[in-house]
Design a protein around this ligand. Structure first.
Ligand SMILES: [Zn+2]
Ligand SMILES: [Zn+2]
Ligand SMILES: [Zn+2]
Length: 134
């Protein structure tokens, strides 16, 4: 089972407890199930999620548990494969690599990007790659 499948499975199991009206067990089940797969074990370690999780657990409401579980998304690995910047997306269908826009342009020889490119704007890149200080 890959991480995404495991994630869906864990979520489904937790929602069964929600349907049974047991919010605390739903959250407990989610926590323990996500911990069983290395690809999902880190999800609830996110500080913001952990606080939210603890809050819902304390309130113990079924609706709160449902909101939390249904709202939980499988995080995609969001960092660039070549540097530590956030990835702008998957580069192309032949590599399927997550790259930031600068690394994408460097590795795909996009010397001149389109005027008004949103990704260039987001990373502060000039239209001409040669203008980037190396
Ligand atoms: Zn990069
Ligand atoms: Zn590519
Ligand atoms: Zn661009």
């Amino acid at each position: 089972m890959n991480a995404a499948e495991h994630f869906a499975w864990a979520k489904g199991r937790a929602l069964e407890y929600v349907e049974a009206g047991d919010g605390a067990s739903a959250l407990g089940s989610l926590l323990s199930d996500l911990g069983k797969h290395e690809g999902t074990a880190g999800i609830l370690l996110d500080p913001a999620l952990r606080m939210l999780f603890a809050g819902e657990l304390m309130l113990g409401s079924v609706e709160g548990a449902r909101r939390f579980i249904e709202g939980l998304l499988m995080p995609v690995d969001a960092s660039c494969a070549r540097c530590s910047k956030a990835a702008a997306g998957t580069c192309c269908s032949s590599h399927g690599k997550k790259l930031c826009h600068l690394c994408y342009r460097r590795t795909h020889f996009v010397e001149v990007c389109v005027e008004g490119c949103r990704e260039c704007a987001a990373e502060g890149l000039p239209v001409l790659l040669s203008a980037v200080a190396r």
